[in-house]
Design a protein around this ligand. Structure first.
Ligand SMILES: Cc1cc2nc3c(=O)[nH]c(=O)nc-3n(C[C@H](O)[C@H](O)[C@H](O)COP(=O)(O)OP(=O)(O)OC[C@H]3O[C@@H](n4cnc5c(N)ncnc54)[C@H](O)[C@@H]3O)c2cc1C
Length: 343
């Protein structure tokens, strides 16, 4: 049985830097150890945690936190003239996977550089950035279904991916993801589909970028725009970009001619939540130690001593204001974790 510790601070295990405590904490190194652990703590609420970069704890967690410390790295499954098929241990830092692929000149994930978190968590919300998402390259996930104890290989089509969404996110706690399969493209040139990235490269005279150019550009842009959680607590984008009906968008466009929008299929458009929040005047807002980042309105921050409730209260005020102004309901991208007994 793996060692389980009691009454542990989670401050180092969530990027908001909230000093909440967990009743029990276990480090999981091998997927085979999961079910015996869960059977032993059958009546205890459980939370899987990677690097805590997409969670907001409202209070102490009165249950068992299982920290993903899975061992293993990257292995090649097969390769042909066009592509390479690899498996990735869920315990790797996602950025290390990206860096390795870029070093090998394997195209496909270079624009997902510097996204914090474990590889095993990446499918949970189908991580994405700069016009790409994990689902573009993922071919399968290995996950343990904690209801049955079965180890499943779920093909991409079975993972229910959507925009920052998946089967795993729709049923949090049911599946524990421990390995990914990705298909990447040795030597292929990247396609840049994101305006800010395109501008960055053009300004530097890079017309036909290699994946290393895209990798470095993404890192540069992210470092200049996003707060470093090691300095200022945050969980990246706090809200998802809302998708609204085209008619609703046209109405808003009358009032806000510069409202950006991206086609989302079926007469729907995606609008940037950051723009809505910024335009509503929240950028740089601060109350106590909870605030909205001065450079990026989508990022809520903990300047030091904020509690999860204070950050959550701020998020709710923003949501109410955005609804009053634009008739749009924002949805948190970050998972809100309450005291386990109240879940
Ligand atoms: C500065 C910053 C920038 C960010 N930028 C981006 C971005 O550009 N794009 C993007 O998509 N995200 C971004 N994020 C969010 C975050 O990095 C991703 O969501 C990441 O995948 C979370 O990984 P994690 O290991 O930290 O997950 P955690 O926060 O530990 O967990 C997140 C959720 O996944 C569940 N979970 C954890 N491990 C597993 C597992 N093995 N199996 C099943 N469920 C599990 C948890 O229970 C929790 O509900 C950013 C975050 C920060 C702090």
């Amino acid at each position: 049985m793996i060692n389980v510790k009691e009454n542990i601070s989670l401050k180092a295990h969530n990027t908001f830097g909230l000093d909440v405590r967990a009743r029990l904490v276990a480090l999981l190194h091998q997927p085979e150890d999961l079910m015996p652990l869960l059977e032993h703590y059958r009546d205890v609420p459980v939370l899987f945690l990677g690097e805590g970069s997409n969670v907001l704890f409202l209070e102490d967690f009165d249950g068992l936190v299982i920290l993903n410390r899975l061992e293993g790295g990257i292995e090649i499954l097969d390769r042909n003239r066009e592509s390479i098929h690899i498996t990735v241990s869920g315990g790797m830092h996602w950025h290390d996977v990206v860096r390795y692929a870029v070093e090998q000149d394997w195209q496909g994930i270079e624009s997902l550089a510097l996204i914090p978190g474990k590889a095993g968590t990446a499918p949970f919300q189908n991580i994405g950035a700069y016009g790409n998402e994990l689902a573009d390259v993922l071919t399968a996930c290995y996950a343990i279904d904690t209801r049955t104890g079965r180890n499943l290989r779920l093909r991409k089509e079975e993972c229910g991916f959507g925009y920052r969404n998946s089967l795993f996110k729709r049923e949090p706690g049911r599946y524990f993801i421990h390995r990914l399969e990705l298909r990447l493209y040795p030597g292929r040139r990247p396609q840049v589909r994101y305006r800010a990235l395109e501008n960055y490269l053009t300004e530097r005279g890079i017309k036909h970028p290699a994946i290393q150019d895209v990798f470095r550009a993404v890192i540069d842009i992210r470092l200049s725009k996003l707060p470093d959680p090691a300095v200022t607590g945050n969980a990246g984008s706090f809200f998802k970009n809302p998708v609204i009906d085209r008619r609703h968008y046209e109405e808003l466009k009358q009032r806000y001619p510069d409202l950006p929008a991206y086609p989302a299929g079926n007469e729907r458009v995606k609008v940037p939540a950051g723009w809505l929040i910024d335009r509503a005047g929240w950028k740089g807002f601060r109350e106590g130690d909870a605030g909205v980042h001065p450079k990026q309105a989508l990022v809520l921050v903990n300047y030091g001593q904020a509690t999860g409730f204070q950050i959550y209260k701020l998020a709710q005020r923003i949501m109410a204001d955005v609804f009053d102004r634009y008739g749009i309901e924002l949805e948190p991208e970050v998972r809100i974790i309450r005291n386990a007994t109240k879940q």
